[in-house]
Design a protein around this ligand. Structure first.
Ligand code: ATP
Ligand code: MG
Length: 245
């Protein structure tokens, strides 16, 4: 791949625990091109969040290398929202934009994303006043609001009802269309992966190894409109997950 936005080269990660060394990630080589959305699917506890933490530089590999395009702005929507309880919804967003975007551009991005995530009428509410799904939406809104070049998303749609989930899928799609970021999208849901990604990386149970990469050739817009287009890829991924688990 020419100039990937993000590249993992033979990455291993182990943790020291009271019960000894625990291998979480084993020999992962993976890249995301500019504008590409790569989904990571795999069973619970296999090492998906560890991979995002490695991409974000929060963790270092035990062996191997993680290479990012220099100066590419990165945003990370964590699995557990990391909201500041003493700041309002809007302040939680403006806080992460500080120093990254000029004030006018930040305000415009904030307004758009508050509208699109359905949080506009709660802009002055505090995190304790939000439902679990709303906190999750705010975590996603915050990541999008910095206009990242590389977006790390850890199960951003997990505890949402079907309709809200579809709205947010459309939001990710439209933001990707206008901003063209690269993304690593972690999800438990193979259907979400085949609808939203360009490529799906299927991971083994811990330690995470790559079982298969499935390329989605049909344009994302058509897949979102006609889910039948993804049924064969979906079956392959579900088959891999169930035989590996
Ligand atoms: N800081 C840490 N110290 C020790 N062990 C860790 C640490 N972080 C993760 N692990 C272990 O690494 C393994 C992978 O964890 P990780 O959070 O990456 O899984 P996951 O695929 O994101 O799971 P889930 O789908 O449940 O979110 C687990 O066995 C976990 O206990
Ligand atoms: Mg996780």
């Amino acid at each position: 791949m020419i100039n990937p936005m993000l590249e993992f080269v033979q990455v291993f990660r182990e943790f020291e625990t009271e019960r000894g060394r625990l291998a979480a990630v084993e020999g992962i080589s993976l890249s995301a091109a500019a504008g590409e959305i790569v989904a990571l699917v795999g069973p619970s506890g296999c090492g998906k969040t560890t991979l995002l933490n490695l991409a974000a530089g929060i963790l270092r590999p035990t062996r191997g290398r993680v290479v990012l395009t220099p100066n590419a702005r990165l945003a990370y929507a964590f699995q557990e929202p990391r909201l500041l309880p003493w700041k309002t919804v809007e302040e939680n967003i403006s806080f992460v934009q500080e120093g990254l975007l000029p004030a006018g551009e930040a305000a415009a991005a904030r307004r758009r994303i508050l509208e699109e995530t359905g949080l506009a009428e709660f802009r002055r509410a505090y995190p304790r006043e939000l439902s679990g799904g709303m906190k999750q939406r705010l975590e996603l809104a915050r990541a999008l609001a910095v206009r990242p070049r590389l977006l790390l998303l850890d199960e951003p749609f997990r505890s949402l009802d079907g309709a809200t989930r579809q709205e947010l899928h459309a939001l990710l799609q439209s933001e990707h269309g206008r901003e063209g970021f690269s993304a690593l999208l972690v999800t438990h849901d193979p259907e979400e992966a085949v609808l939203l990604a360009d490529r799906v990386v299927v991971l083994s149970p811990r330690p995470a190894r790559i079982l298969k990469e499935v390329v989605l050739a049909t344009p994302r817009k058509r897949r979102l409109l006609n889910r039948a287009l993804v049924s064969s890829s979906l079956e392959r991924i579900e088959g891999l997950l169930s035989s590996a688990g």
